[in-house]
Design a protein around this ligand. Structure first.
Ligand SMILES: [Cu+2]
Length: 148
């Protein structure tokens, strides 16, 4: 009884050994990729800083906010107290046009502001809470007005 078939199992194990370094390399590349992203320091470019209101005349709380070429607002969170708020909204040269709209607050609504222009809006908020800010022409361009 010549056992010719006994050759098969050893042959099938060999390619697996050869593939091991390649697999390890893939795992390393994947791990480095993940670390590379995390190493940027948390917030992605879409997350701008939190902005506290500055006190203007007559107790008006003032924010200077820009709509940026990166299709984000210059701040991801505006923090204020209940009361009157003014937003000085600008769009720098070279950017796509943007607007600043808080759907739940009718007066918090600029026109579409083109590059190199600005518009201020003043409105009053009485209820604490989080109010979403949007740019109506860029679906993912959002921020939050936080009334504390
Ligand atoms: Cu926009």
């Amino acid at each position: 009884m010549p056992s010719v078939r006994a050759v098969f199992p050893p042959r099938s194990t060999r390619p697996a050994w050869r593939r091991l370094p390649a697999l390890l390399a893939l795992v390393l590349v994947a791990a480095l990729g993940v670390v590379g992203c995390g190493g940027e320091g948390g917030p992605s470019p879409a997350d701008g800083p939190t902005l506290a209101a500055r006190q203007g005349a007559d107790g008006v709380q003032v924010f200077a906010v820009s709509g940026l070429p990166s299709m984000t607002f210059s701040a991801s969170e505006l923090v204020a107290k209940p009361g009157t708020i003014r937003v000085d909204f600008s769009v720098p040269t070279g950017s796509a046009p943007h607007n600043f709209v808080i759907p739940r607050i009718p007066d918090a609504h600029t026109r579409i502001v083109s590059a190199g222009s600005s518009q201020s809006v003043t409105f009053t908020v009485t209820q604490p809470g989080d109010y979403q800010i949007v740019c109506t022409i860029h679906a993912n361009m959002t921020a939050t007005l936080k009334i504390t």
